[in-house]
Structures are given as structure tokens and as C-alpha cells.
Design a protein around this ligand. Structure first.
Ligand code: PGA
Length: 252
């Protein structure tokens, strides 16, 4: 009942013209409806151009961050309304790179998630432990704290709309993935945490993506697990053929 979703996080790659070419190739490769959802998240500067390419196709548009205020004197920032206006339907929030390099906290993730939902944007909220935290046996506790922080004050109806992405920090861009078993166990724990906070029915409906070195050759195994509802793909989303191969591995 949970529609698989594959999102490409292009990070700080692709100029507007490069992004246009990539988006055109993605649209070509994934034009046929197959029961999955596909989203691309280019950098801010390429959103408008990519939005024009994907308009009318089945590929959705997402941003990689936003500011929680409606508008204001926040130099360099972009609001939810601005993203909506340009055609975004999704926004990645709290990616570990933002937590690590730009001081993102569970509190800012919460404010951004509320702002996104208020503007009818679907947040893709990233959570995940570092290697040190996993080795210290704290992975589950860390992820639980992140969920509680991110979803604080949200209504069950709001939680039902959002998407979580479990991305163990040690697996991002390293070529090292969580085993399907490790990922599925954590996803089940995440769902249990949501059930305790918002009820079993809401938890059952929430989509939980896996992210961290998802590639065409490991996608099938990961996406075949019943607890894994899709993938957030970094490196392998920068080429249409590898991204399309991953998206096709999500077909149920
Ligand atoms: P990766 O990145 O696929 O390159 O590991 C995933 C992400 O950061 O979302």
C-alpha cells in the first residue's frame, strides 16, 4: 500500500544547462508509469530549468533545503512558498551534510518540516547515525531522538504526508551500504517509534526511504525488503542510466 519513491539528490552538482540535460535523460528513461514515484532534487539554481523539463512528465521536482520563515531579511535563504511557486512538490530536510557542515539541528529540522507542510510541500526528512554512534551501540537511540525532534508538535495528519529517509552517515558517498538486514531492522525501529508517537495506522502509512551508496547493483536487494519504501540516491542519481536502473528496481 505504500507507493515506492525514488529521489535523486543532486547535491552541489550540475549547472543549470547540465541539469537540464540530465533531467531530459531521466524523463526519457522513466516515461512509462510503473506504480512508483520518481523525484529529482537539483540545486536551487537549476530548479526552474529542471521544472520546465519535468512538467507534464511523471517525474516530481524537489529542493534540497529551505528556510522556515515565510519571507524576511535572511540573506541567501529560500522559502517554502518560493519553492512551491517554482513547481517543487518535495523538499529534502536535515540531510546529514547539512547537519555536519551547516549546523542543522533537530530543532531546525522541525521548524523547516513545519514550514514545508504548511506550504503543501512534502518533506523528505533525513535521519541516521554516524559510524562512531553505531559502534558505540547508540544507533537506535540517536535515530529515535532525531525522529522525536523532527516530528515534535506535528499532527498525525501531517506525519502521514511526510517521508523519512534513513541514511546512515557512514554509508553516504562511501560505497559502503548498510546490509539489507541492517537497513530493514532500522526501518522497523523507525516505524515502531512513529507508532508509539502517532499511532500504528499512521506509522503503517509513512514511507521510509533508505539512502547511502544505493547503486544499480545493490538496489534490488535493498528495495525488495518490505520495510524499505524507496531510496534517496546521491552519486548514482547524477547519471540517468544508473538512476533509472535504481528506479526500476523499485517496481513491485
Ligand atoms: P550517496 O548519497 O548515494 O552518494 O551515498 C546519498 C545521499 O546523501 O542522499
Amino acid at each position: 500500500m505504500r507507493t515506492p519513491l525514488i529521489a535523486g539528490n543532486w547535491k552541489m552538482y550540475k549547472t543549470s544547462s547540465e541539469a537540464t540535460a540530465l533531467a531530459e535523460a531521466v524523463v526519457r528513461a522513466l516515461s512509462t508509469p510503473d506504480g512508483t514515484q520518481v523525484v529529482v532534487c537539483p540545486p536551487f539554481t537549476a530548479l526552474a530549468a529542471v521544472g520546465r523539463v519535468v512538467a507534464g512528465s511523471r517525474i516530481g521536482l524537489g529542493a534540497q533545503d529551505l528556510h522556515w520563515a515565510k519571507e524576511g531579511a535572511y540573506t541567501g535563504e529560500v522559502s517554502a512558498e518560493m519553492l512551491r511557486d517554482i513547481g517543487c512538490r518535495y523538499v529534502i530536510i536535515g540531510h546529514s551534510e547539512r547537519r555536519q557542515y551547516f549546523g542543522e539541528t533537530d530543532e531546525s529540522v522541525n521548524k523547516k518540516s513545519c514550514a514545508a507542510l504548511a506550504s503543501n510541500l512534502i518533506p523528505i526528512i533525513c535521519i541516521g547515525e554516524t559510524l562512531a554512534e553505531r559502534e558505540a551501540g547508540r544507533a537506535y537511540a540517536v535515530v529515535e531522538t532525531q525522529i522525536k525532534g523532527a516530528l515534535s508538535g506535528l499532527t498525525p495528519e501531517q506525519v502521514q504526508q511526510l517521508i523519512l529517509a534513513y541514511e546512515p552517515v557512514w554509508a553516504i558517498g562511501t560505497g559502503q551500504t548498510a546490509t539489507p538486514g541492517q537497513a530493514e531492522e532500522m526501518h522497523a525501529h523507525i516505524r515502531k517509534t512513529i507508532a508509539l508517537l502517532f499511532g500504528a495506522e499512521i506509522a503503517h502509512g509513512v514511507r521510509i526511504l533508505y539512502g547511502g551508496s544505493v547503486k544499480p547493483d545493490n538496489a534490488k536487494e535493498l528495495l525488495g525488503r518490505s520495510e524499505i519504501d524507496g531510496a534517496l540516491v546521491g552519486g548514482a542519481s547524477l547519471q540517468a542510466d544508473s538512476f533509472a536502473a535504481i528506479a526500476k528496481a523499485a517496481i513491485r
